[in-house]
Design a protein around this ligand. Structure first.
Ligand code: SF4
Ligand code: SF4
Length: 111
């Protein structure tokens, strides 16, 4: 184990200032390591949601402007038309609400 693990951050900074020659990036603990591609599908980003978009189907013209702007791919498209939200992944950012030119998306506080 490197010294990084058994020193307080104050000591760590002191070592840093004194130019500890033995310390290098190789001794740092690894950060976020992604072992498998596509694993974001497993994360329920919907848990973060404080606001919920509601699709108002009667106002929707299927222009699909909302679909490409969603950072979580939470607006499923089937047969060239959007369908209802995937609330497992929708994190309630509200971007789709902003881009919809037809006020076809309501935005309400999550209960
Ligand atoms: S609120 Fe944000 S995350 Fe949810 S569907 Fe709209 S753009 Fe996607
Ligand atoms: S941007 Fe609005 S009108 Fe266009 S597909 Fe999305 S919800 Fe429907």
């Amino acid at each position: 184990m490197t010294r990084w693990h058994d020193q307080s951050s104050a000591t760590y900074m002191k070592l840093d200032r004194e130019g500890d020659k033995k310390r290098s990036w190789k001794g740092e603990p690894p950060g976020g390591v992604i072992l498998n591609s596509g694993n974001s599908k497993e994360f329920s980003t919907g848990d973060w949601r404080a606001m919920r978009p509601i699709w108002l189907i009667e106002k929707c013209t299927q222009c699909l402007l909302c679909w490409p702007v969603c950072p979580d791919m939470a607006i499923p498209v089937e047969g060239g038309e959007r369908t209802d939200y995937n609330y497992y992944h929708c994190k309630g950012c509200g971007i789709c609400v902003e881009v919809c030119p037809f006020d076809a998306i309501d935005f309400i506080r999550e209960e």
